[in-house]
Design a protein around this ligand. Structure first.
Ligand SMILES: N[C@@H](CCC(=O)N[C@@H](CS)C(=O)NCC(=O)O)C(=O)O
Length: 208
């Protein structure tokens, strides 16, 4: 498998962390979405990362479908989310909220970076969506009293939230105030201290 994309992207990072936790070998090509856009387009017409190239040549083009695929490569008891039931639904929702607010943050970043005159309406809308989603995640994390969202074992939901918050905190300094959402701040501290988070880590750099 070949994983395309840099680890300053929360979407790429969460995939790489899951691959490591599953002990699945992969080649990493840390291509930049702008600087290496042509190379990425040869695999993924969206020119986005993560892009995962499978050994049979099939290409997966977003983090949820990549996570779905790699989950299928390990035994059910090793998976980072149960295969069915309420906890799976809950975990999928947390993952969607986390990747969703990061999507809004990416959109906000490009709006502010690419346009000479960013749309105030769009910028404000993205900020409201990000803050509202973080508030929901904060309340949910407060209800989960264990070291991880679903108790003693790390899940894709834990990883998605921590990766998204790190990514967005660095891409938008000042946008996320840790003291306003202490449960999420503690969650991130716990996860960022894990060896796999320290290994799969890259400070955010604006795409050039
Ligand atoms: N929802 C997608 C988001 C992927 C995404 O937006 N990746 C960014 C990098 S952080 C990207 O490729 N941006 C380039 C572009 O949108 O043109 C996922 O979960 O994979």
């Amino acid at each position: 498998m070949i994983l395309i994309g840099q680890y300053d992207s929360s979407f790429v990072r969460r995939v790489a962390i899951a691959l490591r936790l599953y002990d699945l070998p992969f080649e990493h090509r840390p291509w930049s979405v702008f600087g290496d856009g042509d190379k990425i387009r040869a695999y993924n017409p969206l020119m986005r990362v993560p892009t995962l190239v499978l050994d049979d040549g099939e290409v997966l083009v977003d983090s949820p479908s990549i996570i779905d695929h790699i989950d299928g490569l390990v035994a059910p008891e090793r998976r980072l989310l149960p295969v069915e039931g309420a906890e799976r639904r809950h975990g999928l929702k947390v993952m969607a909220l986390a990747t969703g607010f990061a999507d809004k943050g990416v959109s906000l970043f490009y709006e502010e970076r690419i346009h000479k005159e960013p749309s105030v309406l769009w910028v404000e809308r993205c900020k409201v969506q990000i803050a509202a989603t973080l508030d929901v995640l904060e309340a949910d994390r407060r209800r989960a009293t264990g070291p991880y969202w679903f108790g003693a074992r790390i899940s894709h939901a834990d990883i998605a939230v921590a990766c998204a918050i790190r990514h967005m905190s660095e891409a938008h300094p000042g946008l996320i105030c840790p003291s306003q959402r202490p449960a999420l701040a503690a969650h991130c501290s716990t996860l960022e201290a894990l060896p796999v988070f320290q290994e799969i880590s890259q400070p955010f750099t604006a795409p050039a």
